[in-house]
Design a protein around this ligand. Sequence first.
Ligand SMILES: Cc1cc2nc3c(=O)[nH]c(=O)nc-3n(C[C@H](O)[C@H](O)[C@H](O)COP(=O)(O)OP(=O)(O)OC[C@H]3O[C@@H](n4cnc5c(N)ncnc54)[C@H](O)[C@@H]3O)c2cc1C
Length: 380
Amino acid sequence: MDTFYTEEQRQLRDSVRRYVEHAVMPAAADIDRNDCFPRQLYQGLADMGLFGAGLAESGGGSDLGTMATCIAMEEIARGSGALGNAYALPVEAALFLQEHGNDFQKSFIPGVLDGSILPASAATEPDHGSDVAAMRTTAERDGDEYVINGVKAWVTFGQIADFIMVFAKTDKNAGHKGISCILVETDRPGVIRGKSEELLGMHGLEDCQVIFDSVRVPIDHCIGPEHQAFKMAMRNFNFSRLMMSSMALGMAQAAMEDAISYAQTRRQFNSPIIKFQAVQFMLADMSTDISAARLLIHHAARLHDAGLPIAKEAAHAKLFTTDMAIKHASNSLQIHGGNGYSKEYRIERIFRDLRLAQIYEGTNQIQRLIIARQLEKEFA
Ligand SMILES: Cc1cc2nc3c(=O)[nH]c(=O)nc-3n(C[C@H](O)[C@H](O)[C@H](O)COP(=O)(O)OP(=O)(O)OC[C@H]3O[C@@H](n4cnc5c(N)ncnc54)[C@H](O)[C@@H]3O)c2cc1C
């Protein structure tokens, strides 16, 4: 599958794989069990320079591009879905600040890249998820400050983030054209962290609600032009969907590897179960879909690296990869029989972790809407 990788991409893949197999895989079950942020492993990724893989050298990154970032994500998530999920946050925050931020906001990037500053992003609210434009959080101008009021839900890293990029209405009457993104340091008065979420999977990411109770920030904390954040976020979603696709791909790859090795060693009816056609067909379908997903992701990543629009291609990748990953994680669990239902085997964790992938970064129903809208435009 790596025929078309550059030498640089192959080296990156190999070094991330070594780190993951040596340090991440042995710790992954503990991250899940303890539901505690794996700071040391996160720092390990930062120390390898992975948070700036896709960032231009002028921004402190290594300018390896979207394709390389997707390759790194696949490898990390092959070892731990939760660490893969954590990897997306600094990568996406640094890119967002580099693309839209002013000098003050860009001063956070070095800390994000070296792992010392933890970012978070908050768009979703308890009553407004897919319909982002209907959000209720407001940021009202008061002299040289914004005053932020509202509640954000499901904030990944919410309990530990040093700053949160908060999406809020700066014009309540302008729908999606009235949303701005404001950088809020979490030690400001009025930033209140709610109780940690107890989740099915993806443990260790310190998700919680965050309440903004008359939080004051200077106006230079508005990232990009006022009222333009919806458009900015939608553009950046294309990249983050490739991140989520690569994360699901890495987990699907791990599920397949486990299914094959289990089927080779498990014997029933005097035969390894891999000799049964029903099992063989599940493995063949896994291999086919995983290869197809990788091609979809890499195709979109290459287009993105070439500066071309990828709204449809990123949605294709997210929809197909996350759907197929969940289907095949379930089949891998099936191949494990009763053992698949036990925490003794990592497929149980992969199955739970993966379920999130169809829900966030735009649910898969929303991905279908995006694809259909693009088709309407193309065939107008
Ligand atoms: C563990 C976790 C971490 C998260 N981290 C973050 C984070 O860090 N920052 C952040 O901002 N958000 C985060 N989210 C929120 C996530 O992005 C939302 O859950 C997601 O966008 C869906 O929104 P919702 O949960 O409100 O579901 P809803 O929007 O209420 O959707 C419910 C159902 O209705 C369907 N639906 C909605 N509208 C349509 C439509 N027009 N057509 C067809 N079907 C539709 C959906 O597909 C879904 O099946 C996180 C969520 C979870 C669970």
